[in-house]
Design a protein around this ligand. Sequence first.
Ligand code: 3PG
Length: 400
Amino acid sequence: IDELLADGVSGKRVFVRADLNVPLADGTITDDGRIRAVLPTVKALAEAGAKVVVASHLGRPKGAPDPAFSLLPAAERLGELLGAPVAFAEDTVGPAAHDAVDGLQPGQVAVIENLRFNPGETSKDDTERGEFADRLAALADVYVGDGFGAVHRKHASVFDLPARLPHYAGYLIATEVGVLKKLTDDVKRPYAVVLGGAKVSDKLGVIDHLLEKADRILIGGGMAYTFLKAQGHEVGISLLQEDQIPAVKEYMKRAEERGVEFVLPVDVLVSPDFPDLKTKAPANPTTVAATAIPADQEGLDIGPETRKLYASKLADAATVFWNGPMGVFEHPDYAEGTKAVAQALVASDGFTVVGGGDSAAAVRTLGFDEKAFGHISTGGGASLEYLEGKTLPGLAALED
Ligand code: 3PG
């Protein structure tokens, strides 16, 4: 983008593909991190006199307009954060979008409606995606890719549109890729990785790749129970992916062969009931050894001994990557494990990275200061796929 700014963008229509896919509760944004993350790019372009057209997806609507997934709340928040009015187009490539873009003066910003209201955005058919990309291209002179959270998607606005316009990477993508490079090439050691979240199947690729890079892998969250089961322990009614047990066993064996320390919970908080996340009524969990989970109980957070153990394993790490909460952090009785990991990252002198999605939301909702971390990624799936060593369509399209 610096190259683009140096060449001059005054009066040019610049399409910024952002990731404004923010969490909403009853139409209210609960975490605006992704909107704030794209501000440097939008501001720089506006200050340079560009006519800025911001586009994004939100949620997973079914290829047709759906008010529940309107980008309007995100557009309004973008305007508040910019301190300037932002025009909003109620369609994506139709007359409203063209009117909004035609009405922009240099330095002004418009947001077009959710890209996924059009089936061409996510289509697997190259022609259909290409046709939608052609219509998007008619709105702009230049493309800036800055939706890091969506670069793993081969979607029209991410993959096909850059080929149709002069294209550049925005500041957010440049920062995110710079950080991820520090987690894959030229890593400072010891390198500790903390993985949590519900499903082990979402993390197998990243474990596979990081087994070659990391010194320690700490496991928490719902996925930990599949590891415990693979070690021969009963896990009661905890989350379990039986079909993943062979893969998990194989990774633990490879870790041992490679001298990578695999650390599993030693104690967990259990309850017969999943907590009520709406009322947050007291859940009164009990703490049990991870090897002795009663048959009628569900593990919902790591326990106090595990919190201490994980903090000690992170204390001397020079690089830490963390993705996925340690428990049901949305309920205060099960938030301590996730808090303890966040605290260990805050206390670390090493380079600490929080992967996007739930862990980034957890850090913010639990009240941690974002600046206390080396980097909080805006990409959940995108960061993980990068760390799996995959080619990301949205980055490939900008690199050509
Ligand atoms: C995300 O939330 O990870 C990105 O915005 C991508 O969203 P998607 O998984 O619906 O493609």
